[in-house]
Design a protein around this ligand. Structure first.
Ligand SMILES: NC(=O)c1ccc[n+]([C@@H]2O[C@H](COP(=O)([O-])OP(=O)(O)OC[C@H]3O[C@@H](n4cnc5c(N)ncnc54)[C@H](O)[C@@H]3O)[C@@H](O)[C@H]2O)c1
Length: 448
């Protein structure tokens, strides 16, 4: 099915879609995009840098509340030799003025998690498409509100989940699509990243190795650590679930049906503060709610199981811990290995390198050189490219509002399960029954 057929199909797919404005299901195609960026911190600067590389995109406005982040962002305009944007700053809600005045086609949001929801809602209300960094909202209700807002306004919402575009992950997606693993049975992933060493800032420069957070912190330490004080659940599921979801054809014939979560005790952050800052440091008295390891299991409508782990407070090397297993074999990223029955040696691992080269995704073959130098091994290029290209062409984004909601809602569902003795909780069906009829459009063509 090509994209225009898809557009026709989604327009006819049911009441949810038919209440969109008649003008265009997903907005006006145009050859050049006017975009704004809200949040020019460390992540926003990378998304901005990639947007500035494009000839078809003008970044006409940026918004942040931190002078240091704004001045770093402005340097990117100098380097790219692009005209300076209008700057919105001075109030946490000044972004609304930007949305009202700048006639934007799309906005990129890279602010702290708690700001994503109001900013995305306001953007869609202002008639602006949204590309938002990972995490959609805090409560289940907020996720529903975003989905409904997108359907009512006809404005797209795409979570900028970059790991979906990681080169090895996309090669494995190709292998899944070609049946190399047989029928999928069980998948694993997660976010396993030692985040204990937060940065602080003396107003001019950021220093690593600290134990400060909140007002004394820099970048994520300013806001992320507070979530570990207040909340217990899988706070960051999307890097794991995004790619797995695409392999499992979630919202293209499959959906998540239920979830259970279990959290370990919380020791890592406290121990780190005592070891690094001393037992007398004020933060040594902080009580962290977030269990050091949060394990979540999800069952799908097609009866696969998924295991996700959130592990950010203990000493460990980085790994997203992927495992993709079917009736014929499996791939794991931790040992970079593969096993396929009757092809690789019985009971032995084989290095995955040659397989990943053989099944390299056509998008990587086409755009690999453009992606060189982009963040996270190049995958950041692809996610920005996919969002802007889809919006420019007036086509559906390859990560839909339904995908974005289902991946992000894992957090409140898992918090509920942890707080309720690991009871099982049903997933909301954000597609309102359309999950079985929507086509798979992710990385299904050679453009984006
Ligand atoms: N996909 C990835 O690989 C990846 C990597 C890093 C971060 N992220 C995500 O990106 C987002 C930002 O993370 P970061 O590391 O850049 O954090 P950061 O703290 O460096 O940047 C956030 C920026 O938002 C600004 N901000 C806060 N409130 C604002 C408001 N009301 N109006 C305007 N600006 C406001 C801050 O001043 C800051 O500059 C988070 O959602 C994070 O989870 C994703």
């Amino acid at each position: 099915m090509n994209r225009s057929e898809f557009l026709k199909m989604t327009a006819l797919a049911g009441t949810a879609f038919s209440i969109m404005p008649a003008k265009a299901v997903f907005g006006n195609p145009s050859s050049s995009l006017r975009i704004g960026v809200i949040g020019t911190g460390l992540r926003g600067q990378e998304l901005l840098r990639l947007s500035l590389q494009r000839e078809d995109t003008q970044v006409v406005a940026i918004c942040d509340i931190e002078p240091l982040m704004l001045s770093d962002a402005l340097q990117l305009f100098e380097k790219a030799q692009k005209p300076h944007p209008v700057i919105y700053t001075g109030s946490p809600v000044i972004y609304r003025e930007m949305l009202a005045k700048e006639e934007l086609d799309a906005v990129i949001i890279a602010t702290p998690w708690e700001w994503h929801y109001p900013m995305a809602m306001d953007a869609m209300d202002a008639g602006v498409h949204v590309g938002c960094e990972v995490m959609m909202g805090t409560t289940v209700e907020e996720h529903w509100n975003i989905v409904n807002k997108s359907l009512q306004t006809g404005k797209q919402y795409m979570m900028l989940e970059n790991v979906c575009y990681r080169r090895d992950v996309m090669a494995v997606l190709q292998m899944v699509r070609q049946g190399i693993f047989g029928e999928l049975i069980h998948l694993q992933g997660g976010y396993q990243h030692d985040l204990r060493e937060v940065k602080f800032n003396d107003g001019k420069q950021a220093y690593g190795g600290g134990v400060e957070f909140g007002a004394n912190g820099f970048s994520e330490a300013k806001w992320r650590t507070q979530h570990s004080v207040d909340r217990n659940g899988d706070l960051y599921p999307t890097h794991g679930i995004g790619p797995l979801s695409k392999m499992l054809n979630i919202h293209a014939g499959n959906r998540f049906s239920s979830l259970v979560s279990m959290a370990s005790k919380a020791r890592g952050l406290h121990d780190y503060i005592v070891k690094t800052g001393g037992a007398e440091h004020p933060n040594a008295a902080v009580k962290f709610s977030l269990g050091d390891i949060v394990t979540t299991m999800i069952k799908t409508a097609n009866e696969e199981t998924i295991l996700l782990q959130h592990d950010t407070s203990l000493p460990r090397p980085y790994s997203l811990g992927f495992r993709v297993q079917g009736t014929k074999g499996l791939w794991m990223d931790i040992n970079k290995s593969i096993h396929i029955e009757d092809i690789t040696q019985p009971h032995r691992w084989e290095e995955a390198k040659d397989w990943l080269t053989k099944f390299d995704h056509p998008l990587w073959q086409k755009y690999g050189s453009d992606a060189q130098g982009a963040g996270h091994g190049g995958m950041d290029f692809f996610v920005v490219h996919a969002f802007l290209e889809a919006i420019k062409r007036g086509e559906p984004t390859p990560i839909s509002v339904f995908d974005s909601a289902a991946w992000s809602v894992i957090t409140p569902l898992s918090e509920w399960s942890v707080a309720n003795n690991s009871n099982s909780i049903d997933f909301p069906d954000f597609t309102m029954g359309k999950w079985n009829t929507l086509p798979q459009i992710f990385a299904n063509n050679d453009d984006y």
